[in-house]
Each structure stands twice: as structure tokens, then as C-alpha cells.
Design a binder for this molecule. Structure first.
Ligand code: PFF
Length: 457
């Protein structure tokens, strides 16, 4: 049964769509996660970066187009879009499971994403309100550890961040999500360019670049390859219904190919720029980049304390991170909210606050997993690590695999051609990549890590 979705909103124009999708893509992934995974794969950072970039180009970009195609064709939330396109193409309605996995997966990510975003709001507030002066690595570590040990403090900022997110989604697609992105993304660009130049002047950019692009294949550490792929998925918001939901508000005339090219290039570029700025400061001030998830909070404050104008730099830096995280978390909440409103005719604001409640609760459990509940481990991981691991290493690549099979092999060329209006040669190239390279690539990386690297350890 197809799901009729009446009077859906559409983005104001193509640029609005590019902005919101960049808003979804560029987030904590590019700033917090990129720098800490890269830092953690010491010795094989170059491999991680190259795998990441290759996956963005060969797997991410084609899948981005595929996901938008399904959303736009299906004209509905991810579940409805899958149902509608499956019906149109004579496929089983079981394919809707992919939509379900997306809308629930996105909420799962949002639960820990909001907690980490809360750390950033906490630091932003500290720098804004009173400034932070630290002199030794031990001091920054102690300050970070103190925050992580305090479930009330973590939960407080997590709550503030959830309220910010819901506040936007509740206002609607155009007057909430689009407007928020139109304000935040240009500001984010501006701050980023400023900070990269400042970071280069104050830090050690050559060492940072050497660190990021040093290709020592023999030093590959377990998990680096799948980390690179997982990160490409995470940083392009793939497989979780976010892009599909945004694509469903896209008008018929927009060229999906060109638009996605912009999104992928800008997304990767911002990631690399952030990485360069962060590592430039890290090396410039004689710090080490292998601090784990707390990297930017444990090393950068030392640089901020040392450099002239460091407090202003820090305020803008955390503002940048908050904008990036906020525009992404909006896209994590939207798929489920759009499903609730379209499926049950619930008022959007009601659906947004109602969805946020269980997500917020799970987030509080994540806050506790760092301290009170740290001894409860699932497969050796605390809840926070488990959720991240499950989403990034499992759900996103597997959903990506299923999307590639669906668009490449099940949807039928007529529908696909009608949506992806590329020149014949480009179309053939893209379609073959979706049919062959993407599924084979994802499967190979999975097998490689599973069989050869025992990556679930
Ligand atoms: N792309 C976002 C980031 O890099 O921080 C995270 C994200 C957003 C992942 C939306 C998945 C998603 F559906």
C-alpha cells in the first residue's frame, strides 16, 4: 500500500538544499571524530585519510545520489519513500525495513551525538563566561576528566543541546530547518576560514600536513581501513535516512549529480581544513594527537592558553563546533519526526518533542556510562562506545550496501534514469559504480576486517 503524503514542503531552491545537506554532513564527525580517529591511528594516519577520501569519492558520492533519488522519488519520510518506490517498481514492501533501520538508527546516533555536542557547549560556555587558563597537559586532562565524571553536568548540557535541536525541527522544514542552516552554515564557513589561517600562523602547519598525509602502508593498524570507510559514511550522513528525508523535500528540477558533487567536495574539504587547523595547533604547541575521544578538549585548551587572543579563538572555535553539530543533529531527528507527522497526522511540534524524550533518556544513560555505569560493558565497551561502534561500523555500511543493491538492481533503470538526469556516459559510469563498485567495495572491506583483522575486538 503506497503512503499518500499530502502537501509536502519543498526547499526554497537548489542552494537551500545544498546548504541543509552540507549542514547535515559537516558536524562533529568532521571536527571531533576525524581528528581523534586520525590521531588514534598514529603511524597510519595517511592510510586512514586516503581510505576516507577514496570512500567519499567511490562509495559516498554515488550513495549520496542514490539516497536522494529514493527520497525524491518516494516523496515521503524514509519509510514511506521506500514503500512508495518499492511499490512503483514492483518490489516487495520488505524493502521498507531499510527505511525503518534509518529512522531508528538516526535516533540512536542522536542520543550520543547530543551528549558529545553537550561537551562542546560546556567548553564554549566556560570560555565565554570566564576563560580557561591551563598550563600543563595534566591540568587539561584533569579538567576534562572532571567533566566526564559528573553525570549531572554532562546531562545538563546534553539537555540544552537537545532543546536546541528540537526547537528547530519543531518549527518545520522551511521555517525551521532551512532558516537555521541558512544562518549557521555561512557563519560556520567564515569562522572556519578565519580559524584555519589563524591556526596556521600560530601553529605548525607543515608538520600537521605531513602527519595527515604520511602514507606508511606497512604501519597499518587494525581497523584503519574500516574506520576510513565508516568515517566516510558518518561524515556524509549516509544510510540513516537523514539524506533520504532531506531529498524528499527536493523539487523535481534540481540536478542530483551536480548537487551531490558540491556536497561531497565541500564536506571532505571542511573535514580536512578542520583537521589541519587542529593538528597545526596540536603540533605547534608540542602536544600529542593521540588523546582519544577527548582530543580536541584535552589538547587544544593548552594551545588556547598559550596563544595571543586564545580565549577569543576558543570561543569562536567552540561556536563553530556547535553550529556544525546543531545542523547535523537536526537532520538526525527529522527522519523520525517526518514519519510520525506523515503517518499519524500528528502536529510537528508535538512529534518533535515526543521523539526527543526517549532519545534524551538514552542520552542520559550515555552520560552515566562514562562514570556511574562505566563498569557495565557490552562486548568490552561502555554504552557510548557501543552505540557509536554499532552505528558507524555496522549499520551505516550495511544500510549503504542495501541501498546500492536496491537502486542498482531492483528499482529499474527507467525510474533511476528519470531521477538522475546525467549525460549518458556519466550516467553509465555512476550506475555501474552503484551496481558493482559500491557493493563489492563495502563487502570486501567488511570481509578484510572481519577475517584478517578480527576487528570486532
Ligand atoms: N554527518 C554528521 C557528522 O559528520 O557529524 C553526523 C551524521 C548526521 C551522521 C546525520 C548520520 C546522519 F544521518
Amino acid at each position: 500500500m503506497s503512503q499518500e503524503v499530502s502537501s509536502r514542503s519543498t526547499w526554497s531552491n537548489r542552494w537551500a538544499f545544498i546548504l541543509v545537506t552540507i549542514g547535515s554532513a559537516v558536524g562533529l564527525g568532521n571536527i571531533w571524530k576525524f581528528s581523534y580517529i586520525a590521531g588514534a591511528s598514529e603511524g597510519s594516519v595517511g592510510v586512514f585519510v586516503v581510505v576516507y577520501l577514496a570512500c567519499v569519492a567511490l562509495i559516498g558520492l554515488p550513495l549520496l545520489m542514490a539516497e536522494i533519488l529514493i527520497g525524491r522519488r518516494g516523496r515521503g519520510n524514509p519509510v514511506a519513500a521506500m514503500l512508495n518506490t518499492a511499490e512503483e517498481s514492483g518490489n516487495s514492501s520488505w524493502w521498507a525495513l531499510l527505511g525503518w533501520a534509518g529512522i531508528f538508527g538516526a535516533l540512536m546516533i542522536l542520543s550520543f551525538y547530543s551528549v558529545v555536542s553537550g561537551w562542546m557547549v560546556d567548553y564554549f560556555w566556560q570560555y565565554l563566561a570566564k576563560g580557561v587558563q591551563v598550563n600543563t597537559p595534566e591540568e587539561t586532562k584533569a579538567a576534562f576528566d572532571a567533566m566526564m565524571a559528573d553525570p549531572w553536568r554532562l546531562s545538563f548540557w546534553h539537555t540544552i543541546f537537545m532543546i536546541l535541536t528540537v526547537g528547530v525541527v519543531a518549527r518545520g522544514v522551511v521555517s525551521g530547518i532551512e532558516i537555521a542552516n541558512k544562518i549557521m552554515i555561512p557563519m560556520l564557513f567564515l569562522i572556519l576560514i578565519l580559524l584555519t589561517l589563524w591556526g596556521a600562523a600560530a601553529g605548525d602547519m607543515p608538520t600537521a600536513l605531513r602527519f595527515m598525509f604520511n602514507l606508511k602502508v606497512e604501519a597499518i593498524k587494525a581497523g584503519v581501513v574500516i574506520d576510513g570507510m565508516g568515517h566516510a559514511f558518518f561524515s556524509l550522513s549516509l544510510g540513516m535516512g537523514a539524506i533520504m528525508a532531506y531529498g524528499s523535500y527536493l523539487d523535481k528540477d534540481t540536478n542530483i549529480g551536480n548537487t551531490c558533487l558540491w556536497i561531497a567536495i565541500v564536506g571532505a574539504l571542511i573535514g580536512l581544513l578542520c583537521g589541519a587547523a587542529i593538528f597545526s595547533l596540536t603540533f605547534g604547541y608540542g602536544l600529542t594527537p593521540a588523546a582519544g575521544p577527548g582530543l580536541i578538549l584535552q589538547t587544544l585548551p593548552l594551545a588556547f592558553s598559550d596563544m595571543p587572543g586564545g580565549r577569543i579563538f576558543a570561543v569562536f572555535f567552540f561556536l563553530l563546533v556547535i553550529f556544525a553539530a546543531w545542523t547535523s543533529s537536526i537532520s538526525l531527528l527529522e527522519p523520525f519526526v517526518s514519519w510520525l507527522t506523515e503517518r499519524f497526522g500528528i502536529r510537528r511540534s508535538f512529534a518533535a518533542w515526543g521523539t526527543a524524550l526517549p532519545v534524551w533518556l538514552l542520552g542520559v544513560a550515555v552520560c552515566l556510562s562514562f562514570n556511574e555505569w562505566a563498569r557495565f560493558k557490552i562486548l568490552g565497551r561502555i554504552l557510548f562506545e557501543m552505540l557509536d561502534h554499532l552505528a558507524t561500523r555496522f549499520m551505516m555500511p550495511l544500510s549503504g550496501l542495501a541501498i546500492a543493491i536496491y537502486v542498482g538492481w531492483r528499482l529499474g533503470k527507467v525510474i533511476v534514469l528519470d531521477e538522475i538526469r546525467l549525460k549518458q556516459r556519466m550516467f553509465r559510469l555512476w550506475f555501474n559504480v552503484v551496481r558493482f563498485i559500491v557493493p563489492v567495495g563495502i563487502t570486501m572491506i567488511f570481509l578484510y576486517e572481519l577475517v584478517l583483522r578480527d576487528w570486532f575486538k
